[in-house]
Design a protein around this ligand. Sequence first.
Ligand code: ZN
Length: 111
Amino acid sequence: MLVLDQPCHFSADQLLARLRRGGQRVAKATVYNTLSLFSCRGLIREIAVDPTRLMYDSTTTPHHHFYNAETGELTDIDPAELQVSRLPALPSATEAESVEILIRIRPSKGA
Ligand SMILES: [Zn+2]
């Protein structure tokens, strides 16, 4: 049911719309449940772009994003373009597993 032929970001609703445009009769709950399952299995990643909106990423390794709240578009940032040079002291008995930065963007005023 899922066609992830290239790295992509999408929401459950976008996927549902795409499937329905392709003529598939699929229930919204099925799409949500399948995405949740795929995410649990590590086949896709969930990215909470804001508290009410979850996006999915076919690239499962940690990486950084731009998120355009106006268009809902999530874009990968070239890892060479963003380097985290200093982390705060971690809570005791923990180690950093990954660092992922989400930069929220919007059209510049006057654009
Ligand atoms: Zn991504």
